[in-house]
Design a binder for this molecule. Sequence first.
Ligand code: EPS
Length: 390
Amino acid sequence: MRYLTAGESHGPQLTTILEGVPSNLPLKAEDINEDLARRQKGYGRGRRMQIETDEVEILSGVRHASTLGSPITLVVENNDWKHWTKIMGIEEISEEEKEEVKRKITRPRPGHADLIGGMKYGHRDLRNVLERSSARETTVRVAAGAVAKKILSELGINVASHVLEIGGVRANPPQYKNLNELKDRTNESPVRCFDQSVEQEMMSAIDSAKENGDSIGGIVEVIIEGLPPGVGSYVQYDRKLDSKIAAAIVSINAFKGVEFGIGFEAARLPGSKVHDEILWNEEEGYTRGSNNLGGLEGGMTTGMPLVVRGVMKPIPTLYKPLQSVDIDTKEPFSASIERSDSCAVPAASVVAEAVVAWEVANAIVEQFGHDRMDLIKENIDRLKSYAGEF
Ligand code: EPS
């Protein structure tokens, strides 16, 4: 499977076309809208989220609530577009009109794509860069991920995400009975955190960042349960599932790092404390005594829960002035901006869930038969019973 996204933050709409989604997958707009709504929530978002009510329109590839196997087109309208029709219009405008059209940007934000994107594409109005580099694009990545999650759920595979850290406030490792409990509680939490004892502290950290005109980042975690062993491969670098997931995580706006299982902690421990001992019992077949490697060995799933974390830097759009240079005058300036999120970590956890789900679903679809959901299911069941007896 593959997908592309298109659309500007304040343009008319965001679009994604998903290619290679198997046929006969039950799919309704509600399945996608639920995740779009989850992405819009989260303490620390700015005023833009009050303007938008993200809802998908499915324009191709689905008939009578079931996929056809043909490309699926998903569109989400930007409600804010109506305020930007002149500024973001597609039609030609005269030089005088251009002067009238305010909001030309010549002052790049440190940490954003503005300066280098302008240099690279030859845009002296940096709006031409920021409109596409904006995290608004993650809306349709979540829509694509919702379709991937639907594939996984049909195969008995469960995907969750939660927030582990915001602005230096750390949650205790979540102790949950099952993944649905983790999902239910984090969906209720304003910061998408399982540990209620730190929720308030996280929100206070967001409040004080906002008061100071600053922004804060954090750490999110994605967990996938119910995977068969052997998804991905060790035989070639570009077939390793962990490499694809790592690329997907750092492709999310503002994400700077990724780790699996105990991650960077593995550097500080001896091998005897890192590797997960292999066990076997009649009922479950092969299992592990621990899951330090996050469900991946040799670029393949082990059958244990897949655990991956991503690090989000603070959003670079700050009310607090940071030193930069105006590209027209070359004068230094430190300006404030109009509108920003002070923290988007809770929303980013939903995005992380979507992009990881896509990579895992894609690897499964490629490996277990591309075309039809029923054949994919049969192939996975066959592999699972083989693995149990192996
Ligand atoms: C963003 C800036 C803000 C965010 C936006 C990402 O938008 P605006 O410039 O319209 O205030 O709200 O995020 C979204 C719109 C979204 O849907 O997540 C940026 O510059 O990256």
